[in-house]
Design a protein around this ligand. Structure first.
Ligand SMILES: C[S@@+](CC[C@H](N)C(=O)[O-])C[C@H]1O[C@@H](n2cnc3c(N)ncnc32)[C@H](O)[C@@H]1O
Length: 268
């Protein structure tokens, strides 16, 4: 993966509508209701996301997000950092690096003085290892699906120092009472998927992202996904919007976890 670092004045990549929305709100001055993006699920269910979310400060967050920032220690990696709202809240005694595949988001984070770089959870670049790895703002969803999760967990383990913690904000799909979501979860079960495997894309102005999976997962199903990985589930704290929780995971370094990638991630 090449890592061109764009300036705040640069053009967004053609598929980076998310980054364009983040940048438009940065340029306008962050305030609620000014820039919205559309979230479209494969079954046609649509919702609007207020991009102000990506500029909120700790006093506007659910307690689980504040707890994650308070727990972050040592060398910290914020995966899927967007504009860097959590990095901004981590005070100066921690080295904090953020990665995100959105060039527009990375440009805004850099403009806010943060050490943000282009990268993905599976291709983070040469950034070393960390004491704390953070998947905030719902980024536990980057596990993707039951099939994608092992490679993601393996990549996270390769970023971990001994004694590392993984702090992840997730959504428990079983707590969502809305009938359109419950029906979608039930269809997923029938298809053999985890109920909260959401196939979606985001749209802004004329941009449409590619379709991708985002995994909403119960803590019990998360514990099952972690079996055989280098991560062990510890405390779970529910707070904020329906089903929103912080999962605290600990890294256990063993030769099998550090040397053997999951089958789907092995080179031929
Ligand atoms: C729901 S937003 C959360 C952003 C940020 N953590 C926050 O709460 O403000 C998801 C973020 O993950 C990023 N992302 C998407 N796919 C990713 C991947 N494969 N690896 C890392 N980040 C990814 C998106 O560009 C976006 O910035």
């Amino acid at each position: 993966m090449t890592r061109p670092v764009r300036t705040i004045d640069g053009e967004a990549a053609p598929d980076d509508g998310f980054g364009a929305a983040i940048r438009d709100l940065y340029d306008l001055g962050p305030a609620p209701g000014r820039v919205l993006q559309v979230i479209e699920r494969e079954d046609g269910c649509v919702s609007l996301e207020d991009m102000y979310r990506y500029y909120t400060s700790p006093d506007e967050w659910p307690a689980a997000e504040r707890r994650a920032v308070a727990l972050a220690r040592g060398r910290v990696l914020d995966i899927g950092c967007a504009a860097g709202r959590h990095m901004l809240a981590m005070d100066g005694d921690r080295e904090v690096i953020g990665i995100d595949p959105s060039a527009g988001a990375v440009a805004v984070a850099q403009a806010q003085g943060l050490d943000a770089r282009l990268g993905t959870v599976l291709d983070p670049g040469d950034i070393g290892r960390f004491d704390t790895i953070a998947l905030l703002g719902g980024n536990l969803g980057l596990l993707g699906s039951r099939e994608e999760a092992p490679a993601v967990l393996y990549s996270l383990a390769r970023l971990a120092r001994p004694g590392a913690q993984l702090l992840a904000i997730g959504h428990d799909p079983t707590r969502n009472p809305l009938p359109e979501h419950r029906a979608y979860h039930q269809t997923n079960r029938k298809r053999g998927r985890l109920p909260g495997q959401v196939r979606m894309r985001v749209r802004y102005r004329t941009w449409k992202s590619a379709w991708f999976n985002r995994l909403l997962v119960t803590p019990d199903d998360l514990a099952v996904l972690l079996e055989g990985s280098a991560w062990t589930l510890g405390e779970v704290t529910y707070s904020g919007p329906v089903g929103f929780y912080l999962a605290e995971m600990a890294y256990t370094e063993t030769p099998s976890h550090t040397e053997v990638p999951p089958a789907g991630d092995r080179a031929c």
